[in-house]
Design a protein around this ligand. Structure first.
Ligand code: SF4
Ligand code: FES
Length: 323
């Protein structure tokens, strides 16, 4: 059996070994924490994703052991594979932080200030990104884009002005459903998500476009304006489903199930995609076996009011008491 070739890569002064073919983003995620660049279009479960939004740009200060020259420009970490001896700078690079602020400004050029009424508020990656890297003002002086409204059916609400054209929903429809009925039409400033001839998106598993959308462009009509997400109580639950794993998160208000979503990992990616029946039709607690409270590990406002007790520093307390 051939042995797997391992490459040494250093990201923000932390060195790890990863198999050849690993991207810089995947290597940085293995280290974890703030070392991992943000990613608005890459989605590890969707083939072909990445390379669209540029939020994951990093500086390669040493190309490899054999050719130590730095790369002349910042590179998209989701699309660049590591080389042996490569050295990468993410949050330790002024250039990267400056570029990221520019990308956020660019993504926000046409993005409406909808956060106070947007269902995605509190779990929006763009909101987090602008909080971390954005500027308080805008230099944009022109009118923002508007679009003709498209109705995507009874389950999915489209707000095209919020879309950042990451293509995740297109890959989801392509790879998870039996027939893709929407896509990105037109080009440049006119590019938009649509079905071309008005059609509703209702084929099985299409509800997952809501979970993969990093902003509030695609939201759940059955949850629309029902509650701010930080006022709800998320619990892990499951049911016997013949179409999907049936493992979900229920977002509760009292005994009411306001919303059903897939379970997300620490990078905000769905672990197992769920079917439309589980997502849109099972809105009674009796439909589910509740496992317990959902652990929220993202830093966003959604964790507000979901307190976790920190372990007490017993030793320090004892020592102080003895003094
Ligand atoms: S609707 Fe959402 S998932 Fe689809 S391209 Fe726009 S931002 Fe991406
Ligand atoms: S996550 Fe790499 S370009 Fe969007």
């Amino acid at each position: 059996m051939s042995e797997q070739t391992l490459f040494k890569v250093t990201v923000d002064n932390i060195t790890i070994e990863v198999p050849a073919g690993t991207t810089i983003l995947q290597a940085a995620r293995q280290i974890g924490g703030t070392v991992a660049p943000p990613a608005m279009c890459y989605y590890s479960k969707l083939k072909g994703s990445g390379g669209k939004c540029r939020t994951c740009l990093v500086e390669v200060s040493k190309g490899s052991e054999k050719d130590p020259r730095p790369m002349p420009k910042l590179v998209a970490s989701c699309r660049t594979t590591v080389m042996d001896g490569m050295e990468v700078k993410n949050i330790t690079s002024e250039k990267v932080l400056d570029a990221r602020a520019g990308i956020v400004e660019f993504l926000l050029l046409n993005h409406p200030l909808d956060c106070p009424i947007c269902d995605q508020a509190g779990e929006c990656h763009l909101q987090d990104l602008s909080f971390e890297h954005g500027k308080s003002g805008t230099r944009y002086e022109f009118q923002r884009r508007t679009f003709k409204k498209h109705d995507l059916g009874k389950h999915i609400q489209l707000h095209m002005t919020r879309c950042i054209l990451c293509y995740r929903c297109v890959f989801t429809a392509d790879q998870l459903t039996n027939k893709r009925e929407h896509g990105i039409l037109d080009r440049g400033d006119h590019a938009e998500i649509a079905t071309h001839i008005e059609k509703s998106l209702d084929n099985e598993f299409i509800g997952n476009v809501i979970d993969v959308c990093p902003v509030g462009a695609l939201t759940d009509k059955t949850f629309r304006f029902k509650s701010r997400v930080w006022f709800t109580k998320p619990v892990d639950a499951h049911r016997n489903c013949d179409k999907c794993s049936g493992k979900v998160v229920l977002w509760l208000a009292g005994n009411d199930v306001l919303r059903v979503t897939g379970r997300k990992d620490e990078w905000g990616e769905v672990k197992e995609f769920i079917c439309n029946t589980c997502r849109f039709e099972k809105k009674n607690q009796e439909d589910w076996m509740i496992e317990g409270p959902r652990k929220l590990n993202r830093h966003s406002v959604i964790s507000q009011n979901h307190y976790a007790l920190k372990p007490k520093p017993f030793k320090a307390l004892e020592n102080t008491a003895k003094q």
